[in-house]
Write a protein that binds this ligand. Structure first.
Ligand code: FAD
Ligand code: SIN
Length: 529
């Protein structure tokens, strides 16, 4: 069975939906998404979208803040693009019906770490939900767009599946769509398209503690890498300093905007400690705050620190952070009187599939945007609330070049073989998958976390290799399923993170290793694999 579209979008978060709405002006669009349409990292975004909208703020200041956080690795042109196009994408969302929080002066602009001005546009503390709502409403009204839920992209359709040898540097590989598992019918289908957009989000689930929902398994990056696309900067995993550390809370995020609103970090002795690490204290960039918390926990032997916003006033907290306030209350923590126990958790991957300034990857006809892409915006450390901004801006830019590309491609695609599952059995015990997953997450958290070393990375590499061999053999014997494909992808992501981390013989931004604790100016370049 096969389907055909002019444009195929894999993923229904902010990047995928924005792109779909743009390219729908030029042809038919299919969006496939592995769960319900709203389920995405985007849907959980709290703090907001960074953009220069205050007359006392400036593009130069946002650019400088982004470059400073990125620790010498940002691509300046890409940064300038997101900053300068920011006000326009915010206005576009408002035109589409987004209701952002307002003050008497206009949009209420919040503050987050590393920003030298108030510039975070937000919808209370549920900004992502509002963005998804607005984009999905527009999608539902658009006749050119078909959205297929519970479709899991397994592999890209490239010449490799036609028996040709492709390499990472031949520049002659083309993408014609994907093999996707129709989960409800349990059948693999070919979905053909002139252009394919990978908007599959991040990979936080590779770690045992993460703010990311279940979908964040790095599928797009792993698939693209297998198809021989070029990938970079995978060592830069951002740990968010403040995830709620109570049993059952599943690393629920407490937004950086809470610190932007005046919250303090305290150790278990009740002492504030951020002044010991950075003069910006609680509003230092995330890498610094997460490392400071990690250091306090290790030095003192504690398993969390506290976030204290009890001095702000109940009404203010409830107005600004209704979702966070209620979620904490569910666990018996009243933020107006209690301190919340918090720990850092894996949050965002700065690296990904390399793209140019129009979302083009190194495979012809394959585009990437959002957390899956490495556009050069974030360098070695992403500035808070620049992610939604990047996703929205680069999705629109990718649409421009996708249109040009698809005009040159005929609809008569090469005929790809049907998915070959001969010789596989239905499923061996899935306990093997769940066990290997736990092992992978644990080893990534223990050996490839906030602080790394040669020894830990080498151990992680050896163990990942073993998991890879086991899972590849399992994959060859069993029918594809979502848990198995996700595990395979996560092992691929772990391998890329470890390999990039091993290549970087210095500490920079989010990559800190005790063997090379200093930044080395001669290594100020991307890690390309
Ligand atoms: P996503 O929104 O994650 O969407 C990915 C989509 O791809 C999903 O629909 C998923 O189901 C689908 N998918 C994945 N794999 C497959 C597959 N194999 N087949 C089919 N479909 C697939 N950033 C900010 O800028 N500001 C914030 O305030 C902010 N807060 C955050 C709070 C939380 C709790 C989290 C987790 C992240 C936050 N971020 C924030 C980061 C930001 O939300 C994400 O980086 C951004 O939303 C990514 O958008 P995306 O479209 O690239 O991916
Ligand atoms: C947050 O609200 O703290 C998350 C913001 C981000 O990830 O940019």
């Amino acid at each position: 069975m096969s389907l055909k579209f002019d444009f195929l979008v894999v993923g229904s978060g902010s990047a995928g939906l924005t792109y779909a709405l743009e390219v729908a002006k030029y042809g038919t669009v299919g969006i496939i998404t592995k769960k319900d349409r709203a389920e995405s990292n985007t849907n959980y975004a709290q703090g907001g979208i960074a953009s220069v909208l205050d007359q006392n703020d400036s593009f130069d200041s946002h650019i400088e803040d982004t470059l400073t956080a990125g620790a010498g690795l940002c691509r300046r042109e890409a940064v300038e693009i997101i900053v300068r196009e920011g006000p326009d994408v915010v206005q576009d969302l408002i035109n589409k019906g987004a209701e952002f929080t307002r003050s008497q002066q206009g949009l209420d602009l919040g503050r987050e770490g590393g920003h030298s001005a108030n510039r975070i546009v937000h919808a209370a503390d549920m900004t992502g939900k509002e963005i998804e709502r607005v984009l999905l409403t527009q999608i539902a009204d658009n006749q050119a767009i078909t959205i297929l839920e519970h479709y899991f992209a397994i592999e890209l359709l490239t010449e490799h599946h036609l028996g040709k040898t492709v390499t990472r540097y031949d520049n002659d590989t083309h993408c014609y769509g994907v093999y996707a598992l129709n989960v409800l019918d349990d059948r693999v289908e070919r979905i053909y398209a002139k252009t394919t957009m990978l908007a599959t989000g991040g990979a936080g689930r590779v770690y045992s503690h993460t703010t990311n929902p279940d979908i964040a398994t790095g599928d797009g990056i792993a698939m693209a890498y297998r198809a021989k696309a070029r990938v970079a900067n995978m060592e830069f995993i951002q740990f968010h300093p403040t995830s709620l550390a109570v049993p059952g809370a599943d690393s629920f995020l407490i937004s950086e905007a809470v610190r932007g609103h005046g919250a303090y970090l305290r150790n278990l002795a009740g002492e504030r400690f951020m002044h010991l690490y950075d003069e910006r204290k609680e509003l230092a960039p995330r890498d610094i705050v997460a490392r400071a918390i990690d250091d306090q926990m290790k030095k003192r032997g504690d398993n969390h620190v506290y976030l204290d916003i009890s001095h702000i006033g109940k009404e203010d907290i409830r107005r600004q952070f209704p979702n966070i306030y209620n979620e904490c209350l569910r666990f018996g923590i009243d933020l107006s009187t209690d301190w919340a126990p918090v720990v850092p958790a894996a949050h965002y991957i700065c690296g990904g599939v390399i793209t140019d300034l129009f979302g083009r990857t190194s495979i012809n006809g394959l585009f990437a945007a959002g957390e899956t892409a490495c556009t050069g915006v974030h360098g070695a450390n992403r500035l808070a609330s620049n992610s939604l901004l990047e996703a929205l801006v680069f999705a629109r830019r990718a649409a421009l070049k996708s249109r040009e590309y698809q005009q040159q491609v005929p609809m008569d695609f090469p005929e790809f073989p049907e998915w070959d599952d001969s010789g596989t059995i239905n499923t061996e015990e899935l306990v093997l998958v769940s066990h290997n997953l736990r092992e992978l997450q644990q080893l990534m958290s223990d050996y490839v976390g906030i602080v790394r070393s040669n020894l830990r990375l080498e151990r992680a590499f050896r163990r990942t290799r073993l998991l890879y061999e086991e899972v590849e053999s399992f994959y060859g014997r069993n029918k594809v399923s979502v848990p198995l494909c996700q595990l395979r992808n996560m092992i691929g992501i772990a391998y890329l993170v470890i390999r990039c981390a091993m290549k970087r013989k210095e500490s920079r931004g989010l990559h800190y290793t005790t063997d090379y604790p200093q930044t080395d100016a001669s290594q100020a370049r991307d890690t390309v694999v």
